[in-house]
Design a protein around this ligand. Sequence first.
Ligand SMILES: Nc1nc2c(ncn2[C@@H]2O[C@H](COP(=O)(O)OP(=O)(O)OP(=O)(O)O)[C@@H](O)[C@H]2O)c(=O)[nH]1
Ligand SMILES: [Mg+2]
Length: 472
Amino acid sequence: MTTLAASPELDDAQRNTLAAWRKLVEHAERGWRAPLRLGLIGQIGMGKSSLIAAATGLHIGPALGSPRRWSVLPVGDGNTTLGELLVKVEPQAAELVLRVEPVPAERLAQELTFLVEDTWRAARRPPKEGAASGGGGAGEELYDLLRMWLTGGERSKREARELLKTWVTAEETLQDAVAALKARVDLTTRSAPYERRFPDDEAGLTELKSTLAGLMKGTLADAPAPAVTTLSVPQSRAGALGIDAVIDTQGLEPTNTQRMLTARPDLMGLIDDPSVMLVVCADYTAAPDGVALEVLKLLKAQARRWEGRTLRLLLVDKREETTGAEAEDHRFARIDTCANRLRQEELDGVIPAERVIAIDVRRENAALRGALGGMVDEERTRRAGRLQEAIGQAEKGLTALLGMLRAPPFGVRLTCGCGGLGRRTSVSFVRMPRSAPSTIWGSTSCEAGPGLSIGHTSTRRSAVVGATTNLT
Ligand SMILES: Nc1nc2c(ncn2[C@@H]2O[C@H](COP(=O)(O)OP(=O)(O)OP(=O)(O)O)[C@@H](O)[C@H]2O)c(=O)[nH]1
Ligand SMILES: [Mg+2]
């Protein structure tokens, strides 16, 4: 196969131009192929984990009534999810696989030192100065985990704190206190990767539920502090959502939101990545709450770069009664009020009213799946649009080039996406004999004038790019 760039008829400038077009199509093709990932962001205790558990089939029995009963993902009063939790949908998998990427040992040691220092100093300060310890934010939950480990398993956080204070203040110097506490934690185990498999049935789910709960609370023997927890779920369980992965995040405190948000690389990573579909979960009665507003403002600041992001603002409806005409009217009014507020904040460009939705996960699983399915369709269309645009530009470029060369003795074929899902994408402009057949690799190719054939193939979802324009 001779590439067009290697043709002797072309000069260097023309070759460089070709390379630039190829890059453009390659980039769009990579975007097209990128896994369909959905991230949930919101204040602590808003209902992110419950929603994900319902949507991905991670429930024991039907996902009806209180999520605390059926959700396999840890659900609680807030501060429940620790680190990032990734639910991956695996087409071929037959069992549930839990993998934990730990918080690195150095960071654990550092946190432990901070914790001891805070406790030691606080215990020695006069009471009026003795404000609450802990750095707040993302580190706060790690502190709680460390407290649990140091003081032993199932104790309450308050009890754990008291016990820790007793041990720490028993030491003469701060240095001794740090050394004594470090000796109590097996940092090697607590920072080693962890993996477990569970059968994909009710018993397996029940076991997984308690394992995950123990992991997040720090009571699971020999398990690390989780930085990223990955849960692989068979496609048959997750159903036909079409999503490759759903990302659950650690909730944000409602105070100091802007600072907390920008200090969280995991959340900023999701916000900055235009290929991630986003659901911002907000409080039903207060939406758009502080966290939602800050996330939307950040997205607005990027709007020029990432136009048309696939995004929803989801009001988690936790009212006692969410069925019946009255409850329904209330919901419409609430969404309306929320949309008005977004307009006042000039955020309706980022999230128009029709993308504000409300769901009560206790009884609206079908609506939830419908909403997520709609996001997937929207994202696919958006990506296809980008790819088509890039192909269109490359085609125009090729036409111009062939015009410059005047009656070249060859034809051109544009191929891309032949690498297969997850493999390297190749985009090339191939020099073809003039007599080459007009249809190459199936229905997505088309004849484009005498000797010129522009073909595009994508092994996946090829129909969407079938509308390659004819260049005659
Ligand atoms: N009524 C009702 N309650 C819900 C819904 N979603 C979640 N809850 C309850 O809200 C509480 C918090 O839910 P989680 O799923 O733990 O919330 P989260 O956002 O993951 O919380 P963190 O991980 O702590 O940030 C739990 O008591 C759930 O039972 C919902 O749609 N309706
Ligand atoms: Mg959670």
